[in-house]
Design a protein around this ligand. Sequence first.
Ligand code: MN
Length: 206
Amino acid sequence: MPFNQYPYKLPPLPYAYNALEPYIDAETMHYHHDKHFQTYIDNLNSFLKPYPTLQKLTLYELLKNPELIPIKDRTKILNNAGGVYNHYLFFDGLTPPSSSPNRPEGILEEMIGNTFGSFEQFKKIFIQECSDVFGSGWGCLVINNNKKLDIVQLKNQETVLEKNLIPIILFDVWEHAYYLKYKNRRGDYLENIWNVIKYPVINLPK
Ligand code: MN
């Protein structure tokens, strides 16, 4: 991950703000990327200011070693470090829609079929997990310690790093991710976002 050390900088969006329309609108992208994501970056920099030793850590190291952060500032540093990590993955994991159906291929397709029965069945379960996130959080398809696919919910700005999981697909289900366009209809957002998901290519070490 680039931009992963203090002072953190907002990574540019890897596509145009309106590139995900009609599924995610340009106004939402401007607020989400330029305001919300920027705020996590600014807060993280400001909370790390008094800690030169923490500034030397990468974002990964910071999130994986919370015990290095003094207790009195631990929660606010982790919340914002998590916000930076999650939003980097989220925006990087989206891609403009194409005319062909957007589906996983190769090893990922095979793993989804083996684990959930079919891609359609996986989508249903994943959408349900995301709908069930109470309040603010994330839904994430991960590879777990047994090299199997699993779906986890993350509260607020928890990350999969703390749980030693590898993120594959990450959906932001905070209201700021969809409210301008979808209002209270989280379900419609969760149906539409599949059109702009960038499925990673998976290479599992033998
Ligand atoms: Mn967000």
